[in-house]
Write a protein that binds this ligand. Structure first.
Ligand code: G6Q
Length: 552
């Protein structure tokens, strides 16, 4: 592996030159020129089928992209991560969320100690606890079984479990409702507490550090609410559990450490769904299915680690992102799940990808001289078609898109799934094929439009097309399939970072705002006219304090 900036690699330069020649051929032409294009650009891994034929690539492009991955040392970097080397260099930590779903029997060492017995011990304790809550033998302070679980966490301690609980709703326990409170905005907690009864509610305080302002504020307010309901301090143990790496802070808060499920500093927040942070999901779907979920991710891990680069799905997806981001100037990436259960998947991926790869320096601290992580966004289809898809079809930005769909519905109902499928396939076709002036002319003529009308509308109603997409299909959105899908994107993000030579596992960018919020909070509590900031910030704070009549 060379220490050169990625842009100085000859493989990078070769791609720059190559882009010019590929750009002159449209996707329509690429398909017209090659009857086997669909067969050539598809992959199958861990229950996921990927069609990547609707991309601006030829076999030569693919080879050149693979050469870039080789030159970037992707396989060696995968091995380093999986084997527990310190790949999060700025925080001096290994990155081992893969150990949380590891199904083999080899030890995985951190500082010479096998982490697997600890991983299995927490899974065993989660099994006992989730069984008790699910079968009603875990009772609240008045002897009634638990009916509602409120997860209090934020960021990595919220987005993953929330997304997965929603995605696997068809497998959920029928008598247990899982709620998520994350925002420090009191409305989030207040509106949730209106729906639950203190006698039958279990609060799960999820925080790796157990120091996060939003989570601790919500947890304290939840405990106050609980104690106002005739419960006593001794009852807290029946109604509060903690998911954390910080046992001292959990005890200080007043949660019995018997109700604490631990994990380790080698699990990054946004990669922690597979750890105790997955407890709300395990409560919802049960531990057997939670383990199926882990096994789906493990299968994708094996594939990422073992498949040759050219047949490797996360590597392929990452290279396509690099291709559009760095060689086509595409600043964003759309995630369009055609599955209502995946409605929080884009938000989850936003954190996974943007917190991981929103970086401007290489591993050695030098400033990058190319684009890194694109903006990731999305909403499920078909709703997106009635909203943002206009810009994807006819706007001025090139927006590579991932369509994600389950081939079989978990809720078969009349023609619904046929229509969902038809819309999903139609969108990627329309994005690629577009509609040229001749086609529009023939269509409008057919429906009786005059030449004048056709002329007036031609510019508005033609579609340039030539917009690239991937389509990912799973058979059904089962726990195993969801595990594979999430791990696919985790590994994709890793490969992108490997190519850009950035650290995907730190997040220093969130620190500054946190520190400023702390000092502004102090000033708000003091209640004096604030003068210590820029004029805009002072003005905003003072105006708000005045309105609330809290200025001394
Ligand atoms: C994720 C980030 C961040 C983190 C939250 C919550 O990778 O580190 O989103 O998960 O800030 O942190 P705690 O779990 O420590 O409360």
């Amino acid at each position: 592996m060379s220490n050169k900036s990625p842009v100085e690699l000859e493989q990078w330069r070769a791609l720059e030159a190559h882009q010019q020649s590929v750009a002159s051929t449209s996707l329509r032409e690429l398909f017209a020129n090659d009857a086997n294009r669909f067969e050539k650009f598809q992959l199958n891994a861990a229950g996921i089928f990927l069609d990547f034929s609707k991309n601006h690539i030829t076999q030569e492009t693919h080879q050149k992209l693979i050469a870039l991955a080789e030159a970037s040392g992707v396989q060696a970097k995968f091995k380093a991560m999986f084997s527990g080397e310190i790949v999060n260099t700025t925080e001096k930590r290994p990155v081992l969320h893969t150990a949380l779903r590891y199904q083999g029997s080899d030890p995985i060492l951190v500082e010479g100690k096998d982490v697997m017995p600890g991983v299995r011990e927490v899974l065993d304790r989660m099994r006992v606890f989730t069984q008790q809550v699910r079968d009603g033998s875990w009772t609240g302070f008045t002897g009634k079984p638990i009916t509602d679980v409120v997860n209090i966490g934020i960021g990595g301690s919220d987005l993953g479990p929330l997304m997965a609980v929603e995605a696997l709703a068809p497998f959920a326990h029928e008598l247990l409702t899982i709620h998520f409170v994350s925002n420090v905005d009191g409305s989030h907690l207040v509106s949730t507490l209106k729906k639950v009864n203190p006698e039958t509610t279990l609060f799960v305080v999820a925080s790796k550090t157990f120091t996060t302002q939003e989570t601790l504020t919500n947890a304290h307010s939840a405990r106050d609410w609980f104690l106002q309901s005739a419960a006593t301090d001794a009852d807290v143990a029946k109604h509060f559990a903690a998911l954390s790496t910080n046992a001292d802070a959990v005890s200080t808060f007043g949660i019995d450490t018997n109700n604490m499920f631990g994990f380790w500093d080698w699990v990054g927040g946004r990669y922690s769904l597979w750890s105790a942070i997955g407890l709300p999901l395990a409560l919802s779907i049960g531990m057997d299915r939670f383990e199926e979920f882990l096994s789906g991710a493990y299968e994708m891990d094996r594939h990422a680690l073992e498949a040759p680069l050219a047949e490797n799905m996360p590597v392929t997806l990452a290279l396509l992102t690099v291709w559009y981001n760095n060689f086509w100037g595409a600043p964003s990436h759309l995630i369009a799940p055609y599955d209502q259960y995946l409605h929080r998947f884009p938000a989850y991926l936003q954190q996974l990808t943007m917190e991981s790869n929103g970086k401007s320096v290489h591993h050695d601290g030098t400033v990058v001289n190319m684009a890194t992580g694109p903006v990731v966004w999305g909403e499920p289809g078909t709703n997106g078609q009635h909203a943002y898809f206009q810009l994807v079809h006819q706007g001025t930005h090139l927006i590579p898109t991932d369509f994600i769909m389950a081939m079989q519905s978990l809720n078969p109902l009349g023609i619904h799934h046929e229509l969902l499928m038809a819309n999903c396939f139609a969108q990627s076709e329309a994005l690629m094929m577009g509609k040229n002036a001749d086609e529009l002319h023939a269509e409008m003529k057919q429906s009786g439009a005059s030449e004048d009308e056709i002329g007036e509308l031609t510019g508005h109603r033609t579609f340039q097309g030539n917009r690239p997409s991937n389509t990912l299909l799973v058979q059904q959105l089962t726990p195993k399939a969801l595990g594979s899908l999430i791990a696919l994107y985790e590994q994709k993000v890793f490969v992108e970072a490997a190519i850009w030579d950035i650290n995907a596992f730190d997040q220093w960018g969130v620190e500054l705002g946190k520190a400023l919020a702390k000092s502004i909070h102090g000033e708000i509590q003091e209640g004096l006219t604030v003068k210590s900031h820029d004029a805009s910030t002072n003005g905003l704070i003072n105006r708000t304090l005045k309105l609330n009549n809290t200025l001394a």
